[in-house]
Design a binder for this molecule. Structure first.
Ligand code: 2M8
Ligand code: MG
Ligand code: MG
Length: 279
C-alpha cells in the first residue's frame, strides 16, 4: 500500500499546522513499511523542511499541486532518471511550465481581461504571514515557487470563470486550495500520483494499492485516482464533489484528527482484514 496525503487541512491543521493527533499513526505506518507520500500545494523548500519534521525522508513527495516531484534514492531508477541527484540524494522532476512563464502569462491575462487578483509573489511578507499564520521563515519557503503560483481572488465569480477559460486556452490550469487559488501548467495531484504508481510498479514489479487523503477541491484528482479515497472534513467552506468508483470515506473531524480517523478505518477494513485472511 502507498498512502498519498494532502498536508494543509488534512495531515496538518488548517490554522495551526500541527499534526500531533496523527503522529501515532505515522509511526505505526512507518513500522509496517507503508510509504506516506505528501501530495500538496506546498513548495519543494517547504517539503524539505517538513519531511524531516514528519519523519518522511525515505518517501517521495508531490509538491506544488503536481508540478514538482521529489524522488529519494529508493525510488530512483538508473535507466529512467538521467537527471543528476541534488545534494542529499534527491532527484526532482518538474513536469510542468516554469514559474517565470506562469507569472508572465498572469500579468498579460490580468491586463487583457481586466480582472482583479493578487499573486503570492506580490504580497508583502507581512501580509502573507497574516493571511496564512505562517512564520516569516516558513512564508519565505512558501514563496520559493517553481511551477505554480497561488492567488488571492479579489474579483467576482463571473470574472473568475472568464479567467479560468483564458488560462485553459493558454495551457494553464486553475485549482483551489484552502486559502488560495493556484495556477500551474497541465498537471494535477492525481496525474503525478499515477506517475509515482507507475514508477513503483517499474521498480518492484507489482502494482501497489493506494490510499488517498485530502480536504480541498485541489484534492479531487487525488481522491479520484486512488483505490481507497478518504475525504477529510474541511475548515475552508469550499465544496468538494468527488466522483469515485471506490466508496468514499468521509471523516467527521477536520485536519489531523480526521486523518487519524480515516486511516484507522482503512487499517481496520483493509489491513486487519488481509492479515486475518492469511492466518
Ligand atoms: C498555500 O496552499 C494552501 C493549500 O491548501 C492554500 O491554498 O491555502 C501554498 O502557498 C503553500 O505553499 C502554503 O504553505 C500554504 C500556507 O497556508 O498556502
Ligand atoms: Mg488541503
Ligand atoms: Mg494542499
Amino acid at each position: 500500500w502507498l498512502v498519498f496525503t494532502d498536508l494543509d487541512g488534512t495531515l496538518l491543521d488548517h490554522d495551526s499546522y500541527t499534526w500531533q493527533p496523527a503522529a501515532a499513526w505515522l509511526t505505526r505506518l512507518a513500522e509496517a513499511d507503508v510509504a506516506v507520500i505528501p501530495t500538496t500545494s506546498k513548495t519543494r523548500e517547504e517539503l524539505l523542511a517538513l519531511r524531516d519534521e514528519l519523519g518522511l525522508t525515505a518517501t517521495p513527495f508531490i509538491a506544488e499541486n503536481g508540478a514538482v516531484i521529489g524522488l529519494p534514492a529508493r525510488w530512483q531508477h538508473a535507466r529512467l532518471d538521467r537527471d543528476p541527484a541534488a545534494p542529499g540524494g534527491l532527484i526532482v522532476k518538474t513536469p510542468s511550465l516554469d514559474i517565470g512563464f506562469i507569472r508572465r502569462r498572469l500579468d498579460v491575462l490580468r491586463e487583457r481581461l481586466g480582472v482583479r487578483f493578487r499573486s503570492m509573489a506580490e504580497l508583502s511578507l507581512e501580509t502573507l504571514c497574516e493571511l496564512t499564520s505562517l512564520s516569516a521563515d516558513k512564508a519565505r519557503q512558501a514563496l520559493a515557487r517553481e511551477g505554480s503560483e497561488p492567488l488571492i481572488w479579489d474579483d467576482d465569480e463571473a470574472a473568475l470563470a472568464r479567467f479560468r477559460r483564458a488560462l485553459e486556452s493558454d495551457g494553464l490550469r486553475l485549482t483551489r486550495g484552502g486559502r488560495f487559488w493556484h495556477v500551474m501548467g497541465a498537471v494535477d495531484k492525481g496525474q503525478s500520483l499515477r506517475w509515482l504508481v507507475e514508477r513503483y510498479t517499474a521498480l518492484r514489479g507489482v502494482r501497489p494499492a493506494t490510499v488517498g487523503l485530502g480536504d480541498g477541491p485541489n484534492d479531487i484528482s487525488l481522491l479520484e485516482a486512488v483505490d481507497h479515497p478518504i475525504l477529510v472534513r474541511g475548515k475552508h467552506g469550499a465544496t468538494v464533489n468527488v466522483a469515485t468508483e471506490a466508496p468514499l470515506f468521509r471523516t467527521r473531524q477536520p485536519g489531523p484528527d480526521g486523518w487519524a480517523e480515516g486511516i484507522a478505518d482503512w487499517w481496520q477494513t483493509c489491513m486487519d482484514a488481509t492479515s486475518e485472511d492469511k492466518t
